[in-house]
Design a protein around this ligand. Structure first.
Ligand code: SAH
Length: 668
């Protein structure tokens, strides 16, 4: 007796995966669907053969590969509503039901429909409805559909079916003048009256019989042959090949054409520009070039960055020509100094100053810090406190703060924290120190116009401060959420303050701007971020742009508060987006990931892969756990900017004692 479970696995591997259909959701759906239940009793041992099989009413159950190919071509996504024309055995409907939210399937033979309905119910698939009738005109009652699959061949794609596609919807069906020799086509509705067509290769299906298909008479006259099994002529394109095809070449970073490429986002209220590390020159320079274009040509007047509010304010005073505070200490004195004290930021703020100098105050572009909370000063205060009272706990804290990020999972660091009894004992002292420090800061805050913007956010912080500090001390998700909510509130306060037409560019790490609700961060750990909050608030008027690299050098530290080091970035791991982008051969390119741009690529990239996050800390030795997290790139970002090889930022803080601090950022 043949082991059907084993045969199913072999079918998935040999007939589907090895032919290039590797989407894991599709493979799982095939694994969950016992095909032997959909063939006549006597044919069960052939259920996983690479061929269509005869079923009742003279019809056929499609070859497994064809079912997989059609579903893959239709890019079925969670949440989709799908229609299948030609239920037959019900097998394809069952697979579809595992992938889409709602499936309607229609069959002209009532007895086939009835058997299929019973099978689907037996498998507990409550999201499928089986209808009886002529499906060549669709099933209007549940339209519009994201996906329509037609399992029988007609002379052409019926207009009635195309009309029942939602915007962006995909219709996959065999068409051909001569029934028996058909092409599998995919029709995508790109606009109300616009459809795009792709040819997926030659196939043989049973005829679509009905008002918008063939008539019974025609079918008799043409004596349509039996469907034969189908072998793909050319393998399905690999992910790197799809990336290479879709990537738009990036001009030189100093070429004005670089920024122009991003004009597609000029209509947004908020353009969020990410980075895959806090110490990569290309990311800063690319963001500067894009921002410059958005300011010069499209009226963006706010540049809001992942930096402490008071430090950024000091740069803003220069950039907008506001009077400096004589008593203020030079900005960005604390770890990680290289993040904002580097040649790349200098060049950008120098340009901004020159741009503003030509304009009246109310038309100048401001430079703001979103992290008004002063995170690094707080961490510094914790370390100072612990150095005094418990040096062992201080060492643990230094290591812990290195992975105060939503992506790092470093079990060994957690372990050491648990073993250090002093760590927990110090909690009360730490929270007290921080609360006092915050109070001092607030008391000392000068209430000039711009600083008033802080007032509401500050009040909220004081209220939550204790919980925040405790969460921060232990590195919990709550501290991340409070911080990102805070950044978002600061951003919206800035937009409100600059009027209803104000538009902002945000510079923050990919982990802050890539929609967290669509990644492991949000799905399994309840973490949110500023990108997600912007999407929720501004919808399509928020543009989320991620950045990535394969290898090169990066400015970073090994532990929180540690010295600046230039480390080599390891090449992307197998099964990462970085590896796929590297394998595409694209040295530098822009991937537009918005729906409808490069649908095949978008669909392929939807399936979660590893993505690398390097913050101020980079620990190549534990890279997989410290820096990689599973994400769905096209759900996180509207676009992805790729530099295959990158180099470290040039820190201007390194030359301490050279007098550079006093003249930062313009002294050279
Ligand atoms: N998806 C099926 C394959 C069925 S073969 C499976 O997985 O088993 C195609 C089916 O389309 C046949 O059962 C045929 O009866 C049905 N069919 C043909 N023309 C149709 C029409 N106009 N409306 C509904 N079903 C139709």
């Amino acid at each position: 007796m043949i082991d059907l479970a084993d045969a199913r696995e072999r079918m998935i591997d040999r007939q589907v995966a090895r032919r290039g259909l590797r989407d894991s959701r599709l493979l799982v759906a095939l694994r969950q669907t016992p095909r032997e239940l959909f063939v006549p009793e006597g044919l069960r041992e052939f259920a996983y053969d690479d061929t269509p099989l005869p079923i009742e009413a003279g019809q056929t159950i499609s070859q497994p590969y064809i079912v997989a190919l059609m579903i893959d071509a239709a890019r079925v996504q969670p949440g989709d509503r799908a229609l299948e024309v030609g239920t037959g055995s019900g097998y394809a409907a069952a697979v579809l039901a595992r992938l889409a939210a709602e499936v309607h399937t229609i069959e002209r033979h009532a007895d086939l429909a009835q058997t299929a309905r019973a099978r689907l119910a037996r498998l507990g698939l409550a999201n499928v409805e089986t209808h009886v009738g002529d499906g060549s005109g669709g099933w209007i009652a549940a339209a519009p559909y994201d996906v329509i699959l037609v399992a029988a061949g007609g002379p052409a794609a019926p207009q009635a079916l195309k009309d029942q596609l939602d915007l962006g919807g995909r219709l996959v069906m065999p068409v051909g003048e001569h029934a028996g020799e058909q092409r599998l086509v995919r029709i995508t509705r790109t606009a109300a009256n616009h459809f795009e067509e792709d040819d997926l290769g030659g196939v043989v299906f049973v005829p679509l019989i009905g008002e918008h298909g063939w008539s019974e008479g025609e079918v008799q006259a043409r004596r349509v042959g039996e469907p034969r099994s189908f072998r793909p002529a050319a393998p399905v394109k690999s992910t790197p090949a799809l990336i290479a095809q879709a990537a738009e070449p990036l001009p030189d970073l100093d070429d004005p054409a670089f920024g122009v490429l991003f004009d597609r986002f000029a209509g947004a209220r908020v353009v969020l520009l990410g980075e895959a590390s806090h110490g990569t020159s290309e990311f800063y320079r690319a963001r500067a070039a894009i921002t410059r274009r958005l300011v010069e040509a499209h009226g963006f007047s706010i540049v809001a960055v992942e930096a402490d509010w008071p430090d950024a304010a000091s740069l803003d005073r220069r950039a907008r020509g506001r009077p400096a505070r004589p008593e203020a200490e030079p900005p960005f004195q604390r770890f990680p100094t290289w993040m904002w004290r580097n040649r790349e930021v200098e060049a950008f703020t120098a340009w901004l100053t020159a741009w503003n100098a030509e304009r009246p105050m109310d038309r100048r572009t401001g430079f703001y810090g979103l992290d008004l909370y002063n995170l690094s000063a707080s961490l510094r205060a914790v370390l100072d406190y612990l150095d005094e009272v418990d040096r062992e706990a201080a060492a643990v804290a230094r290591e812990r703060y290195g992975c105060l990020t939503p992506w790092a999972r470093e079990p060994q660091a957690y372990g050491r924290m648990a073993r250090t009894t002093g760590y927990a004992r110090c909690e009360a002292g730490v929270v007290k120190t921080l609360t006092e420090m915050l109070q001092r800061q607030l008391d000392g805050a000068v209430q000039d116009g711009d600083d008033l913007l802080d007032a509401t956010a500050n009040a909220r912080l004081v209220k939550n401060a204790e919980a925040y500090y405790r969460a921060m001390y232990y590195g919990a998700a709550d501290s991340w959420n409070l911080r990102d909510t805070h950044m978002f509130e600061t951003l919206t306060a800035l937009l409100d303050a600059r009027g209803p037409d104000a538009k902002a560019v945000v510079w923050a790490h990919n982990s802050h701007i890539g929609d967290a609700s669509r990644t492991e961060m949000g799905l399994s750990r309840g973490e949110l971020n500023i990108g997600q909050l912007c999407r929720e608030r501004f919808g399509p008027e928020a543009a989320l742009v991620g950045f990535g690299t394969n290898t090169g050098t990066v400015a970073c530290a090994s532990d929180w508060d540690g010295p600046l080091e230039i480390k080599r970035v390891r090449p992307g791991l197998p099964d990462s987006y970085e590896r796929a982008a590297h394998d595409s051969g694209v040295r530098r390119g822009l991937l537009d990931l918005r729906e409808g741009r490069h649908p095949d690529l978008r669909y392929r990239l939807l399936e979660p892969k590893l993505e690398r996050f390097i913050g101020v800390i980079y620990r190549p030795e534990t890279e997989r756990w410290s820096h990689y997290s599973a994400c769905s790139l096209p759900q996180q970002f509207d676009a992805y900017v790729w530099f295959d090889e990158t180099r470290a930022v040039t820190s201007t803080a390194a030359a301490a004692g050279s007098g550079e601090e006093e003249t930062y950022p313009f002294g050279l």
